[in-house]
Design a protein around this ligand. Structure first.
Ligand code: AMP
Length: 192
């Protein structure tokens, strides 16, 4: 199975669709946000560092994230397809991912971008705050996360296009979770 990078703004559904992809294709899954939240819960040094950034809606330093990602990737059997969810979020992270995979004789596989309008994202995240109580799902931090997304992460979309692996799926055209999921599965199967 090829690797998959699932890409999109906070609230675009990266985690939800990753779970569905994992269930269908038996892939590995690395959510860097989940890794950091687990470290916070366990009270580790990394968790303490991560907390300040997450609470402020800021990204952790690239070098730290790249190490975390490589460690997580190497826990899967070589060649098992992995979904990267929440990574890369900057161009240096993307370049480091490409290099880390090349060093292992692997490649990035395909990137799937979930495009969702900001009012829909905000409504979803406020709803998630009620259901899951994530500390960074409050209006003030969400706005900061959107700003960080626009300035640091969104430019990566073009970077993936230049790599020739971008697939864009738009919520505005698909309109439901079921339609989105079907489009995701079609995209994966076209390229597998
Ligand atoms: P997420 O669950 O993917 O929305 O991530 C929650 C928070 O974890 C982000 O707002 C960042 O503070 C941090 N984080 C997760 N992934 C990364 C990454 N690839 N680079 C930097 N910070 C990250």
């Amino acid at each position: 199975m090829k690797n998959i990078i699932i890409f999109g703004a906070p609230g675009s559904g990266k985690g939800t669709y990753s779970d569905e992809i994992v269930a269908k294709y038996n892939m590995g899954h690395i959510s860097t946000g989940d890794v950091l939240r687990a470290q916070i819960k366990a009270g580790t040094e990394l968790g303490k560092t991560a907390q300040g950034y997450i609470d402020n809606g800021q990204l952790l330093p690239d070098e730290l994230m790249i190490d975390i990602l490589a460690d997580a990737y190497d826990k899967f059997p070589a060649g098992k397809g992995v979904i990267f969810d929440g990574f890369p979020r900057t161009i240096p992270q993307a370049e480091a991912l490409k290099k880390m995979l090349a060093e292992r004789g692997h490649d990035m596989g395909m990137m799937i971008e979930l495009v969702v309008e900001e009012d829909v994202l905000m409504a979803r995240l406020l709803n998630r705050a009620k259901e899951q109580g994530r500390a960074d799902d409050n209006e003030e931090t969400i706005k900061k996360r959107f700003a960080v997304y626009h300035s640091q992460t969104a430019p990566l979309s073009e970077w993936f296009a230049k790599e020739g692996i971008r697939n864009t799926l738009a919520w505005a055209e698909l309109g439901s979770k079921e339609a989105m999921l079907e489009a995701i599965f079609n995209t994966i199967e076209k390229q597998a």
